[in-house]
Design a protein around this ligand. Structure first.
Ligand code: AMO
Length: 444
């Protein structure tokens, strides 16, 4: 169907041309002399018209008696130009051939956007096989696809090389807590909570690397922004002069992603954000240190600062809104996080080692990225481990890359579903995942 839509828009196909399209029957409506039979292709819904008087010999004039919703058909018909239609044409059918269809009555009206929107989250997710077929719901997944695609495209053009880390590991690099244990023959293994160790090791191979794939976290809490399995977009780059290089790269990356979505994902943005709505200009995102952000929040909101070493969701939201109004940018970099809150591999700020050369990026007031400069020197890494009462002997695997030498480097990791959640203004992160996993959900 997409090829035919494109060929019509490019003028290759014209009014009156006969074509065949494939799709599922998304909606049918009897109009008296004719019926609408709208077909859902992989990206759009095409309006087709079945004229009762013109029904082929041997076929019933009443298309609704012979066909039902979610029947998979091959439709043949004549292109009829119609400037009122969103696609610029409709199809006047001469033949409908069924190639598949449901074996039971559908539990939901998936062609009814309003009803689907009002479904309870549990039902929306329990019936995911069907609800994902709703054009609005599936548009969310296509935006997620666009972000993965854009991430890859942008980084390749920047000279980064994609690699694939293992998911099964013996231990974790983020501190090891919250990992899922799996039985691995006669020993224990874990599902990796971050490709951290592997992306750093790959800096020693390709200098600039990235990876896209599942990351597992034993999040016990049921929040609208946590999954137990999410898609990590991770990169690492060698020869940085400081973590500012990473913030610059990430700003350019978001600009590229927003432009790509605005240019190539218009049908999806129309469906999810509203007709004609586009993603905003990235502008110049604010950069504020963690300490200053805390102080600003305390002073401006009049509220008491709770946790002195971490930002609460409320504080993140407040900062996002404050800087959105001030700079017009949906992005805010919060830099120099307290060392106690950052993993052992994070480089401390030389002028004040209570803070780190790292940052979080907020998108519309939600943390979507953690990044920073890493310790690349072996002695320095061992010293930091000892300061944290970690036994370097237990981390010999991790330290191998430091023993063999690494350039100054840093990187960042993003959560795909959180980006989608914020860009499309979804209340719950689960709506941004095709088949989400959380504390209580392992199906479908
Ligand atoms: P961090 O643990 O902050 O950093 O994770 C990076 C980003 O991943 C997303 N994220 C999540 N998304 C959904 N559900 C979760 N449970 C969840 N946990 C995290 C967030 C977060 O910003 N190794 C570092 C990254 C680095 O420094 O390169 C790391 O994993 O968007």
């Amino acid at each position: 169907m997409e090829r035919i839509i494109r060929q019509f828009q490019e003028g290759i196909l014209k009014d009156g041309d006969m074509v065949s399209v494939k799709g599922a029957i998304h909606r049918m409506k009897d109009m008296g002399d004719f019926a609408f039979v709208n077909l859902r292709g992989p990206r759009r819904v095409l309006q087709c018209v079945w004229e009762k008087a013109g029904a082929p010999a041997g076929e019933s004039a009443d298309v609704q008696k012979d066909f039902g919703l979610e029947d998979w058909v091959v439709a043949t018909g004549k292109i009829a130009r119609d400037d009122r239609s969103p696609l610029g044409f409709e199809l006047h059918l001469t033949e409908l051939r069924k190639v598949g269809g449901p074996s039971e009555k559908l539990p939901l009206e998936i062609n009814n956007d309003r009803k689907v929107k009002n479904l309870k989250l549990e039902t929306l997710l329990d019936e995911r096989v069907l609800t994902l077929r709703n054009p609005r719901v599936r548009a969310v997944m296509r935006v997620a696809e666009g972000i993965m695609y854009g991430f890859r495209q942008f980084l390749r053009e920047e000279g980064f090389v994609e690699f694939v880390p293992p998911r099964l590991v013996k231990g974790g690099a983020e501190g090891g807590a919250d990992m899922f244990m799996v039985k691995y023959f006669d020993q224990k293994a874990y599902l990796n909570q971050s490709p951290q160790q592997y992306k750093q090791a790959m800096v020693g191979v390709f200098e600039k690397v990235f990876t896209v794939g599942p990351v597992f976290r034993g999040e016990n809490s049921n929040t609208p922004r946590h999954l137990t399995e999410f898609q990590g977009l991770d990169l690492e780059m060698g020869y940085i002069d400081g973590f500012e290089d990473l913030m610059d790269l990430e700003t350019r990356m978001f600009r590229f992603l927003f432009e790509l979505l605005n240019e190539e994902y218009q049908p999806e943005l129309d469906l999810t954000l509203g007709k004609g709505e586009r993603l905003p200009d990235i502008g110049e995102p604010a950069k504020i240190s963690f300490a200053d952000a805390k102080e600003l929040y305390g002073k401006m909101s009049g509220k008491k600062v709770q946790d002195p070493v971490d930002l609460s969701p409320e504080e993140e939201r407040w900062l996002g809104q404050y800087f959105l109004e001030k700079t017009g940018s949906p992005l805010v970099f919060v830099t120099h996080y307290p060392s106690v809150k950052r993993p052992f591999y994070t480089m401390d700020a030389p002028e004040n080692p209570r803070y780190t050369l790292s940052y979080d990026l907020l998108l519309y007031g939600l943390e979507v990225t953690t990044g920073g400069q890493r310790i690349h020197d072996y002695e320095a890494q061992v010293a930091k481990m000892k300061k944290r009462h970690m036994n370097p002997e237990d981390f010999q695997e991790y330290l191998a890359m430091h023993r063999y030498g690494l350039p100054p480097h840093g990187g960042f990791g993003l959560g795909l579903e959180r980006i989608v959640q914020k860009l499309l203004r979804l209340e719950n992160i689960r709506e941004a995942s095709a088949f989400p996993r959380d504390r209580n959900r392992l199906t479908p």
